[in-house]
Design a protein around this ligand. Structure first.
Ligand code: NAP
Length: 285
């Protein structure tokens, strides 16, 4: 058996085409969705993520502005910047690129962003709303994963989902979103014992560990859906996932590739959240 590949790249393209139309419609109503991005310091990976987010905004007509701040900025100065953006009428989404320098508390920064503009879905209020099944900005990577599963009409109800990884931005929320879809969810992490016995029970296996080729087909049940969140560089400098794709696709029913899988969907859901926020601003959502 060779698995069907769920292309995040293709799905993202489809969704972004649709979003272009929504932005035109909003502009006709006198509102242009606006995203403010704050980048502290000069970390090359962060710079590249931010550029990619800005380019994507431009492609679909979202206004975006970038505030590049020196690594020496104080926490208070950063909080003041956020406060200005919280009040800015033309800004519907605020994103502070993580990680931040050690002298700035990520918690304080995330909590300073108005929950109504928290398009990353990291604010504890949005996390709480998500957990209680209320309307919330959903965190972009987990949200993108659920959209990828839905795009193939894969039934989640009653399915055993195993999530490997329990980070606040991927592992924990993706499990919660799949629980909201009525799946039965198990988490594995670095202290899990006999992990292979658990992952082999998964109907849907989500791997978000951040280690190149962390698991292969020995960890996968025949016919399982495999979602690979990992983005790693192997020894040749090539981008690879947490899953050994070529060998896992021989046992899985569906699988996401790296690159071109979950990655493109993450930015797509950020654009989606920004549009939703603009719609809410004019009472349309
Ligand atoms: P993270 O914060 O480093 O979390 C990694 C998780 O993996 C932790 O929960 C850790 O467990 C678990 N883990 C580590 N070693 C393990 C082991 N030997 N066995 C079982 N579990 C183990 O990483 P993250 O932010 O969630 O990101 C994970 C990966 O996804 C990274 O490659 C990242 O680049 C990628 N990512 C991709 C996107 C995208 O858009 N495609 C977005 C976000 C992240 P403990 O909690 O016990 O330490």
């Amino acid at each position: 058996m060779s698995a069907i590949v769920i292309s995040g790249k293709e799905l993202a393209k489809e969704k972004r085409e649709q979003m272009k139309g929504e932005v035109v419609e909003l502009k006709g109503k006198g509102i242009t969705p606006g995203l403010a991005v704050i980048l502290v310091g000069e970390d090359p990976a962060s710079q590249s993520y931010v550029r990619s987010k800005q380019k994507s905004c431009k492609e679909i007509g979202i206004h975006s502005e970038l505030d590049e701040l020196p690594v020496t900025i104080s926490e208070q100065e950063l909080l003041n910047k956020i406060e200005v953006l919280n009040k800015a009428d033309h800004i519907h989404g605020i994103l502070v690129q993580l990680p931040l320098p050690n002298h700035i508390s990520e918690k304080a920064v995330i909590e300073a962003i108005s929950p109504e503009k928290d398009v990353d879905g990291f604010h504890p209020i949005n996390i709480g709303r998500m957990m209680t099944g209320q309307e919330a900005f959903l965190p972009c990577t987990p949200y993108g994963i659920v959209e990828m599963i839905k795009s193939k009409d894969i039934d989640m109800e009653g399915k055993h989902v195993v999530v490997v990884g329990r980070s606040n931005i991927v592992g924990k929320p993706v499990g919660q979103l799949l629980l909201n879809e009525n799946a039965t969810v198990t988490y594995c992490h670095s202290r899990t014992k006999n992990m292979r016995d658990i992952t082999r029970q998964a109907d849907i296996l989500v791997v978000a560990v951040g280690k190149a080729h962390f698991l292969d087909q020995e960890y996968i049940k025949e016919g399982a859906v495999v979602i690979d969140v990992g983005v790693n560089r192997n020894n040749d400098g090539k981008l690879v996932g947490d899953v050994v794709f070529e060998n896992a696709k021989e046992v899985a029913s569906y699988i996401t590739p790296v690159p071109g899988g979950v990655g493109p969907m993450t930015i797509t859901m950020l654009l989606h959240n920004t549009i939703i926020s603009a719609k809410r601003h004019i009472g349309q959502e």
